[in-house]
Design a protein around this ligand. Structure first.
Ligand SMILES: Cc1cc2nc3c(=O)[nH]c(=O)nc-3n(C[C@H](O)[C@H](O)[C@H](O)COP(=O)(O)O)c2cc1C
Length: 180
């Protein structure tokens, strides 16, 4: 299949996830176009060129990147008419706290309501704490959030929660279902 991957990122983890997804899908025989939604000169990609589309974005203060929401909103009709998946990258997905997961589901329903796009599949992907990218205040806020969750973090080091093997399992299943 020819697959478009379009992603939004604030601190870089969703770029890393999207590159991993692109490499893996190529390895299993698909052809990929990978676009960073905010950097693309033509984010209104001609979706009819693709058999399937995978969007990825991360949650910051309860919202996905606005450029990604805008892309999904503008292209909702085309996206709803093709095979799609949404990778939602967050810290809440790294744990099993019920209220965190409630928050994730709220973020997603706000996103689908705002954009009018209903992905065939949503995969919640655990993200990362990227202290090397944060300024002083962001670092302080993230250390406070981690402490509230009793997670041990060393603010001199990035901490990655992404489960790369689980992502491969999701991609295997999704690629088969999208190809039928
Ligand atoms: C300022 C800030 C706010 C965040 N807000 C949330 C949030 O509301 N819910 C959540 O689950 N994760 C939240 N996160 C965690 C991010 O989703 C996580 O770090 C993710 O890996 C970021 O992906 P990115 O590097 O692609 O931007 C937040 C992170 C930062 C730095």
């Amino acid at each position: 299949m020819k697959i478009l991957i379009i992603y939004g990122t604030t601190d870089g983890q969703t770029r890393k996830v999207s590159r991993f997804v692109a490499d893996y899908l190529v390895d299993i025989g698909h052809s990929i176009e990978l676009i960073h939604v905010a950097e693309s000169e033509d984010p209104d990609a001609e979706l009819s060129r693709f058999d399937a589309a995978l969007l990825a974005g991360s949650i910051h203060m309860g919202k996905f990147q606005s450029a990604l929401s805008e892309f999904a909103r503008k292209n909702s009709a085309a996206l709803n008419g093709m095979k799609t998946a949404f990778l939602s990258v967050s810290l809440s997905a790294a744990g099993s706290n019920e209220s965190d997961w409630g928050g994730l589901h709220d973020c997603l329903s706000n996103f689908t309501e705002e954009t009018g796009w209903n992905p065939d599949h949503v995969e919640h992907v655990a993200g990362a704490l990227r202290f090397e990218e944060y300024d002083y205040f962001k670092s302080l806020a993230m250390r406070w959030i981690a402490a509230k969750r009793e997670a041990e973090v060393d603010s001199k080091q990035n901490k990655e929660y992404t489960d790369w093997e689980a992502l491969k399992v999701f991609l295997d299943d999704w690629a088969v279902s999208a190809d039928t």
